[in-house]
Design a protein around this ligand. Sequence first.
Ligand code: GAZ
Length: 279
Amino acid sequence: MQSETVRATDAGQEQRTLTVYHIPVCPFSQRLEILLTLKGLEDRVNFHVVDITRPRPDWLLEKTRGTTALPVLETEKGEIVKESMVILQYLEDRFPEPAVAQHDPYQHAVEGMINSMEGDFGAWGYGYVMNQDPGERDAFRQGMLDRYARLNDFLLEHNPSGTFLFENFGLAETVFTPFFMRFWFLEYYEGFDLPPGERYARVREWRDACLAHPAAQQVTEEQIVKLYYDYAKGAGNGALLPGRSRSSFMFEPDWRSRPWPSKDKYGHDATDVELGITQ
Ligand code: GAZ
């Protein structure tokens, strides 16, 4: 699904399908891929890859009226929908069967409440991996644990004996799973994992079932660890670190051919050569 669209969406041709403009491996975009996979609609949408390391092209800025955040969905009629949570709801409304979101108003409110924690949860984990001050590590670790504990309590309140928030992998799982996957970078570069024991048992069960779900296998741990090396060194979104000529976030050369990076983010600055990303 990460293949470039064949239709010339930038050439003013009529569009007969839905198009998502996205940055591959972006967690917000993976949400859409998961939802479409759950609905069996992977082929219904063109995924058009946008190069994050270059300025956005004018034809795209015209569509978005100047905003640069992706993903962005364009309908068959040329209507523009921004924000991954809004796009998920749009796709759910357009393609209601099989339902991913809850129908019951209260249950839908429950998934809305847990989803309202995603921004803070995601931002904390990204702040943690990007932190460069060893003196702040404990505070980041504790903050991450606090956020997992909050999710644990929420799951215990609403589905104490189940695995997912409701019966099946649904909207909340679609929203959180891409972050659970990105947080493989915390395991690797910060040695962070949920401690054993009751305090995190419910959220651990949820997270592990989310990670294993067949509809959510768009990225792998190895891919995340390798591509996000520069995030672990404080440089996000394709930014270039001092002494380096390429970003670890580039998609060439393929991550499979690169060595696993050094885990020592506080003590070592890996070179292009060590990362296997020379031209
Ligand atoms: N709220 C939007 C949504 O769709 O849900 C967020 C979309 C978004 O941030 N997209 C990013 C983007 O297009 C790519 S993915 N950025 C370029 C631009 O011009 O705006 C996440 C973080 C973070 C840093 C990066 C990302 C990330 O925290 O994966 O926290 C969650 C960006 C420092």
